[in-house]
Design a binder for this molecule. Structure first.
Ligand SMILES: O=P(O)(O)OC[C@H]1O[C@H](O[C@H]2O[C@H](CO)[C@@H](O)[C@H](O)[C@H]2O)[C@H](O)[C@@H](O)[C@@H]1O
Length: 298
């Protein structure tokens, strides 16, 4: 359960506090961030689109810059770094040009560590036939709607409507609704930017994936140099709020002595001032993300 940050009530113990984007401090100079990091080692979880690359009109053009790749390499030499994306894992690896980081693709359903191989979890399998059937259904249905782009993934299928005429957008929604109705209770749609993402209806999300990774990577024990790790998650989408909430809920008392994490929302607050968020701080652009990560790497 979440409670608003400033409604006059004290936050409930264990409940992540939410606020709006326009009230978040800026991560590059927020005492909330520097104090939380002091004497600790960051463990960094990064969304891809809108965080490591700017949002662009076509998904296949979101290629990570050489400068961002250099920043990630420097950071990964100092602390754990994982990419947690809605995209297919192989596509993240290709677009980022990075093959030595942990990547959680398909909204955290498909996790791979270059050292450990595929990281299994409770939602790792069981939905393959459903996703294959739905992908074909969506491909067929979307072919009749000009401007749609279907993106098949390991554990979901996305239908983009950024380039669909406004008059035709309701047809995309109708297609999505029809597909869901054909599989009652078995599918859900996750929100995104001009995209409908159809997934198996399983209690798994980026927040659960991050918690799972914290366990598998042993991040709740001190680093080799003795410092505790502070998990930090940077994301821009509504689906990233699951990760912000998961990190904010840590270390809230009642025997939970884990280091609380930091959520950093990547959004220009003037674009979405009233966006509810469980993040602790904000960065406005991908360039600011690079500066922030570069600071962590030093
Ligand atoms: O979790 P993320 O790594 O942020 O991925 C979220 C979705 O990103 C991609 O779509 C979005 O970015 C595209 C490129 O900038 C843009 O053209 C599109 O309109 C956006 O929706 C990706 O294609 C999706 O599969 C991801 O789920």
């Amino acid at each position: 359960m979440t409670v608003p940050a400033d409604d006059g009530r004290a936050p409930q113990r264990g409940a992540p506090v939410t606020t709006t984007a326009d009230r978040l401090p800026h991560a590059l100079d927020a005492p909330e961030v520097s104090q939380r990091l002091a004497g600790r080692r960051p463990a960094v979880f990064l969304d891809y689109d809108g965080v490591l690359t700017p949002i662009v009109p076509r998904p296949e053009d979101a290629i990570m810059s050489d400068a961002m790749r250099d920043v990630l390499r420097s950071l990964a030499a100092r602390c754990p770094v994982c990419i947690v994306s809605g995209r297919d894992r192989a596509v993240v690896a290709e677009l980022s040009g990075v093959d030595d980081l942990v990547i959680a693709g398909s909204h955290g359903f498909d996790i791979h560590d270059p050292q450990r191989g595929v990281i299994e979890h409770e939602a790792s399998r069981g939905w393959e036939d459903l996703v294959a059937e739905v992908t074909e259904r969506v491909r067929t249905g979307a072919a009749a709607i000009e401007g749609t782009q279907v993106e098949p993934k390991h554990a979901s299928v996305a239908v983009h409507d950024r380039h669909v005429a406004d008059a035709d957008r309701p047809r995309v929604q109708e297609l999505v609704d029809a597909v869901l109705a054909e599989h009652p209770g078995r599918l859900r749609v996750t929100p995104g930017k001009f995209v409908h993402e159809i997934q198996p209806k399983i209690d798994w999300n980026k927040g659960k994936a991050v918690e799972h990774l914290i366990g598998v990577l042993d991040l709740d024990h001190p680093a080799p140099d003795g410092r505790p790790s502070v998990p930090i998650y940077l994301g821009d989408d509504i689906t990233d709020e699951d990760a912000f909430r998961a990190l904010a809920a840590r270390g809230s008392g009642d025997g939970d002595h884990r280091e609380p994490g930091l959520g950093i929302l990547v959004i220009d607050p003037s674009d979405a001032p009233s966006r509810d968020t469980a993040a602790t701080a904000v960065l406005a652009t991908v360039d600011e993300v690079a500066r922030f990560l570069d600071g962590l790497a030093r």
